[in-house]
Write a new protein. Structure first.
Length: 135
């Protein structure tokens, strides 16, 4: 079920989790660079193309889950090193106005929660309690 695409232009749960892998990697860099550099300017990323480049649809579902967990543990370690004053440090992303490190983390968490809820609802709609780990 994890490889099921609801429509040709929609992501499967595998691709959506892959998108969260890409988001974790990009946000980890945003957090670390914002801690280490003065107001870094960072590029955005082409989400659809990243998903295609990483071929998440063809990858093992369990591998994607394990990688997602590992990337988020790495991101969490970086976050735990942020001091109280560090949360106000700023960066810009894809030409944006400066945003605080607190905003970057809160936005990441909201984005991740949205996609995880969607993956879960997609698995329920497909008639499975959880996406299969054998897909």
């Amino acid at each position: 079920m994890a490889a099921h695409k609801p429509a040709p232009e929609k992501w499967s749960p595998k691709e959506e989790l892959g998108h969260l892998l890409d988001s974790a990697a990009n946000n980890h860099q945003r957090i670390v660079r914002t801690l280490l550099e003065e107001q870094p300017a960072m590029s955005g990323y082409e989400q659809q193309r990243w998903v295609l480049v990483h071929r998440y649809q063809q990858r093992d579902w369990r591998e994607l889950i394990d990688l997602w967990a590992a990337l988020n543990r790495q991101l969490l370690i970086a976050v735990t090193s942020v001091t109280d004053s560090g949360w106000t440090r700023t960066c810009s992303i894809a030409g944006s106005e400066p945003v605080s490190l607190r905003f970057v983390l809160e936005d990441y968490l909201a984005h991740m929660s949205h996609h995880l809820a969607h993956i879960k609802s997609a698995s329920h709609a497909a008639g499975s309690e959880e996406p299969s780990t054998t897909d």
